[in-house]
Ligand binder design. Sequence first.
Ligand code: ATP
Ligand code: MG
Length: 265
Amino acid sequence: MVSAGVDVGSVATKVVILDGRRTVLAREVSPTGPHGDRIARELFQRALRESGLSEGDVCATVATGYGRRRVDFASQVVTEISACAKGLRWSVESSGASCLAIDLGGQDTKVILLSPDGSVEDFVMNDKCAAGTGKFLEVMAASLQVKLDDLPMLARKARQPVRINSTCTVFAESEVISLLSEGRSVEDIVAGLHLSIAERIAAMAMGFGRQETVYFCGGGAKNEGLRTALAEKLGAKVVVPDQPQFVNALGAAIIALEEISQGGG
Ligand SMILES: Nc1ncnc2c1ncn2[C@@H]1O[C@H](COP(=O)(O)OP(=O)(O)OP(=O)(O)O)[C@@H](O)[C@H]1O
Ligand SMILES: [Mg+2]
């Protein structure tokens, strides 16, 4: 019994192939670009080749993410919130209590309260503006002419993180340029940008009350500087599951396995 989860995100498309014991057989990621449907199919084929399988071996495929309705080979579509809840509950050890999950994607940020059984109790989403998202960091990294991968290392070298006052990405970019012309270091600016995103997310999470542990996933969770800033602003331990960018695709693949065992595949 094999299933697939396809997450067509606004920035990156992810595919996970799972066997019946929920072991990951393959995972693939690539930028979504303007042809999400084509990329999803290409990644699916690539993941099948990697697992030594053919399309006929996959009993059910569930799609999620912005472009989920464009995945014509999926048997079901689910929201990113449902996929994230499922994937996260599987990825981290349950403490038997409700817990908070943050999914920092390229275009939006979701804060999800999960019940002990993994269902979604409540959630908030920032999907109107790029501030506080992965896109915000991408724009700022481009202005600073640094690579996304180098942001954590730069933030670690900061001596006095700057305060970024603008809440809008476009204005924040102008602010960053002004700070550079005032002689502030790239390191201090990067640390300030992490704190600015973390502050935005902490404001979203505040409504759910104080948490001891918060789970952090999505592509943004690959940035260790952001994890540290989040821990500081939330006053909580921030736990990043293995392969954080694939959590929603994994959740979709688990939902597909459940569909098969319920006789739908
Ligand atoms: N190596 C990296 N270091 C830091 N950040 C990264 C790295 N790789 C990806 N990212 C961030 O992850 C983001 C993409 O994450 P993800 O794949 O979860 O987004 P998405 O699912 O396409 O977006 P959305 O959920 O908003 O539709 C990028 O915008 C980038 O900021
Ligand atoms: Mg996403």
